[in-house]
Design a protein around this ligand. Structure first.
Ligand code: SF4
Length: 191
């Protein structure tokens, strides 16, 4: 009978952290679309900070950080930097993280004009105070929306809005095995 024992390093379950910055949570929905494979994933990995377990800060160093959404405000930047500091590998998950996506449409006009349209001049705006919200609790908006790689180093980009569950699965399996992800053309084509 074979009595092979794995080294502690091989036995260690990998850790994954995930976050949504300026995104719509659609990319996280795509993770949940793994359906029953999410149980396989739970066998392979432990989740650190993630909307999946509701940890609000990173608990321990993680092998992989999945980032949904780009950076639209100061809080997004702080969270992204926290992930960079505590994750070995970062993946920009989806179009918002890789290039700003829908939120980056505001980059076409100056921030001041955006705020005026949203809070003062827009056709549906009712704002008798005439004030633009400025509570200190509200994260400060950046001058424009930045894709993640313009803020920190990002190792991998997985495009799509959202990337399919299959593409996410294959990417994670590749990263966890330390092998290139098997992403055939059909999975990442958008024509
Ligand atoms: S890439 Fe699409 S699905 Fe993902 S956060 Fe952006 S808008 Fe939502």
């Amino acid at each position: 009978m074979s009595t092979t024992t794995q080294s502690p390093a091989l036995m260690r379950r990998k850790r994954i952290a995930t976050t949504s910055l300026a995104g719509c949570f659609g990319c996280h929905m795509s993770i949940l679309d793994l359906d029953e494979r999410i149980l396989d994933l739970a066998e392979l990995v432990e989740f650190d900070r993630s909307p999946i377990d509701d940890f609000k800060t990173i608990q321990r160093r993680s092998d992989v950080g999945l980032i949904e959404g780009g950076c639209a405000n100061a809080e997004n930047v702080a969270v992204l930097r926290e992930f960079r500091e505590h994750c070995d590998v970062l993946v920009s998950l989806g179009d918002c993280a890789t290039m700003g996506g829908i939120p980056a449409m505001r980059n076409l006009v100056p921030l001041e004009a955006c705020l005026e349209e949203a809070y003062l001049k827009g056709l549906s705006v009712h704002n008798p105070s005439g004030r633009i919200p400025d509570d200190g609790e509200i994260p400060l908006l950046l001058d424009r929306v930045y894709p993640c790689h313009e803020v920190v180093k990002i190792e991998y980009h997985l495009p799509g809005c959202p990337p399919s569950a299959e593409a996410i699965w294959r990417t994670l399996v590749g990263l966890l095995k330390g092998e290139p992800a098997d992403l055939p053309y059909e999975l990442i084509k958008y024509d």
